[in-house]
Design a protein around this ligand. Structure first.
Ligand code: FEO
Ligand code: CA
Ligand code: CA
Ligand code: CA
Length: 691
């Protein structure tokens, strides 16, 4: 069998996989068939239905005054010395929600097979940057049929997920940096079948990592274009060195023969969502890193993190011994992934960092808020069925305008995992999503300590062990098993925290935990959003919670809940994934998996959080066939919205594409230079035609 033939035969280990939310191809390539295999969390840890604590009334007493105080802290937290200041990360001190600044009429939901970006009337769209677009001076244009690793290393990578755009200070709104990460590759639709397997591996590897690229526009009413060869442009590749910070840095658990220091890690893997800090750096979550390693697969840690002895989908282990942790000297290589990464997009010579203090799991992302006390708090989801929600509280305090100091804050602090308690009787949580008699899915909760004051809070585990094997540590303290926490985003306006639980097809199945008040549906196909209110400031270990929504399509007979908003007046929504806020406090949700849930294309949705419209869901856009919507950025003050379109045409082949997004080169036409008649993951901007 030739090497090429072998690649085609073994590329998609789909294991007869037919269940779950995504296409079988996405499951195989993105998360190593996590939903097809056994649930990693086999701990006996389960939930308890305690009576709601008195914290409920305390929350009510805090009321809006606390929110106002919070906004003042945030509003004053960024100065003109901070690159973040021009990005509008910390809006001026205000209380309450303002009138919406982005008027649109919701689109109807779109059939899953439609290969188009659908936007509201009066809006149009265009890509900002596409897979393969050249980043540096001298980098060749994308050429679908002549791809090389050398070119891809200098071009925009594949499957962009988390995205943010930060304006460059003193540019009068005409220059910005765009950050995007590249979660994974789909070799079957990227490369012709005749391409040698070694080249496939090399180009595929170069399409991973991160990208920073400068944008420009003529004025603030015009769309952005990226600038080839700009000074801040950067690709982060498999040989880019990341510094491991925090208590586990240098630990024996992270040393390898190539890095006896245990502090210097090459590359980043499985980058999913992320967040942008108040000091203008980017955080990115290393999620399904396990799919890149061959491991013994026998230890408790290997099993808990889904590390297996089978060969990997991309077979990088053939080129680099570190991707097979059975090799002498590389036993710990997989421990060097699964972290939160911090990148300074304003300094192209800076060393990116991985923060061990924030724990190691399948990180979806991390979103930071400055507490009234000045400590910074990061909320983080572990996106796997029945895994947990985490919170990090920095040891140090935010210092206004002191960026160098602020960039140390994620290297030391306390780490917690969430336990939710419902306040309704067990028998009222039926597993259908029907609202209990008290009118809401709600209750109290606590942040259970894993590391506090630099010391382990988990019996029998050192700090290093807690941080490297965070899932195993959390199992010991009794947190709540969640329905795949994706983005976890605090509102900078209210301090309330929103948790996107995307779905969990296994809840309530034989041998698995059934519905709980915070995860109230068995075989949860469409997901839900949890709203958390900390008791006191953001560093509190107590909170109250309620569900903002239980997703689905009421018109299809799904049992749904939208905080009491009439279900016949909402856009159907399924599989919430990434979250963002607009400048007046509305929540925006992008989805991943709606085609397998409500049978419609994935999209971006605005949700009103306050007043009579609370719970109203309005669909803003839909993405092309097979794609998920990621990385929403809402610049409503400029009437512009950005999304990452990830894995368009995922279920097609190179020779028979399912999508022609975004170039849409007509059949029989020779693509213009830099264009391709193939799906290309891209960052897209949507703006008014009268802009
Ligand atoms: Fe990469 Fe949790 O989605
Ligand atoms: Ca209740
Ligand atoms: Ca995601
Ligand atoms: Ca987000």
């Amino acid at each position: 069998m030739s090497e090429t033939t072998a690649r085609k035969f073994t590329l998609l280990p789909m294991l007869g996989h037919t269940k779950g939310k995504r296409s079988a191809v996405t499951c195989a390539l993105k998360c190593d068939n996590a939903c097809a295999g056994d649930v990693c969390n086999t701990s006996s840890n389960s939930y308890f239905r305690d009576i709601a604590s008195a914290t409920m009334s305390r929350r009510a007493a805090l009321g809006f005054g606390a929110a106002g105080a919070l906004a003042v802290v945030l509003g004053s937290a960024v100065t003109s010395a901070d690159p973040a200041s021009a990005a509008g990360l910390s809006p001026a001190a205000k209380t309450g929600f303002g009138p919406s600044r982005l008027k649109f009429t919701a689109i109807n939901s779109i059939a899953a097979e439609v290969d188009a970006v659908t936007v509201p009337e009066g809006f149009t769209w265009q890509p900002v940057i596409r897979w393969g677009d050249p980043i540096f001076n001298g980098t060749p244009d994308f050429d679908l049929n002549n791809q090389t690793a050398a070119a891809q290393e200098k071009q925009f990578g594949y499957n962009n997920d988390y995205t943010d755009i930060l304006e460059i200070p003193n540019s009068k709104g005409r220059s910005a940096v765009l950050f995007a990460n590249h979660e994974y590759t789909n070799e079957s639709i990227m490369f012709p079948a005749t391409m040698p397997a070694a080249d496939v591996r090399a180009v595929g590897a170069a399409a991973h990592g991160l990208t920073v690229v400068e944008l420009e526009r003529k004025n603030t009413t015009k769309p952005w274009t990226y600038v080839k060869g700009a000074p801040l442009n950067r690709r982060f590749l498999s040989n880019t060195v990341y510094e491991l910070t925090g208590p586990a840095a240098g630990s024996a658990l992270v040393r390898t023969v190539a890095d006896p220091s245990g502090r210097s890690i090459k590359g980043t893997l499985g980058n999913c969502s992320g967040g942008t800090t108040p000091w203008g750096t980017i955080l990115s979550g290393e999620e399904n890193f396990n799919g890149y390693f061959v491991s013994p697969g026998t230890s408790a840690a290997d099993k808990r993190y889904g590390l297996k002895s089978s060969s990997t989908a991309r077979k990088w282990e053939l080129d680099d011994p570190r991707f097979d942790t059975r090799n002498a000297g590389y036993e710990n290589e997989a421990n060097r992934f699964g972290w939160i990464v911090e990148v300074d997009p304003f300094d192209p010579t800076s060393t990116p960092r991985k923060h061990s203090a924030m724990g190691r799991f399948k990180h979806e992302g991390a979103n930071v808020i400055v507490a009234e006390s000045g400590h910074v708090v990061a909320y983080m989801g572990d996106d796997e069925r029945f895994d947990y929600l985490y919170k990090f509280v920095s040891a140090g305090k935010y210092r206004e305008g002191d960026r160098a100091h602020n960039m140390t804050l994620l290297s030391a602090g306390n780490l917690y995992v969430a336990k939710f308690t419902g306040n309704s009787p067990v028998e009222e949580i039926t597993g259908t999503g029907a609202v209990p008699a008290d009118g809401g899915f709600d209750g109290s909760g606590e942040w259970l300590p894993l590391v506090v004051g630099g010391k382990s809070a988990v019996a029998g585990m050192s700090v290093e062990e807690v941080l490297v094997y965070t899932r195993l540590a959390a199992d010991k303290v009794g947190p709540t098993k969640m329905d795949r926490c994706e983005d976890v985003q605090p509102s900078l306006r209210t301090g309330k925290v929103y948790v996107a639980c995307t779905n969990n097809s296994d809840r309530g199945k034989a041998g698995k935990e059934g519905a709980t008040e915070v995860n109230p549906r068995n075989e949860n196909r469409d997901g839900h959003i949890v709203e958390i209110t900390e008791t006191g400031d953001q560093t509190s270990t107590q909170f109250t919670w309620n569900l903002l929504m239980v997703c689905g399509d009421p018109a299809q007979g799904d049992v749904t809940y939208f905080s009491g908003f009439p279900v016949d007046q909402v856009s159907p929504i399924s599989c919430p994934d990434n979250l963002a806020f607009d400048s007046v406090g509305n929540l925006w949700i992008s989805t991943d998996g709606a085609p397998s849930g409500i049978g419609r294309a994935d999209g971006l949705f605005k949700v009103t959080l306050d007043g009579a419209g609370r719970g109203k869901v309005e669909q803003f856009l839909a993405v092309p066939r097979d794609a998920e919507t990621c990385g929403p950025i809402i610049h409503d003050d400029e009437r512009t919205v950005f999304v990452s379109v990830q894995h368009p045409g995922e279920d097609g082949t190179f020779d028979a594409p399912n999508s022609y997004f975004p170039d849409y080169v007509p059949a029989g036409t020779t693509p213009a230079p830099g264009q391709a008649r193939a799906p290309r993951p891209s960052v897209v901007q949507v703006f008014r035609t009268d802009a």
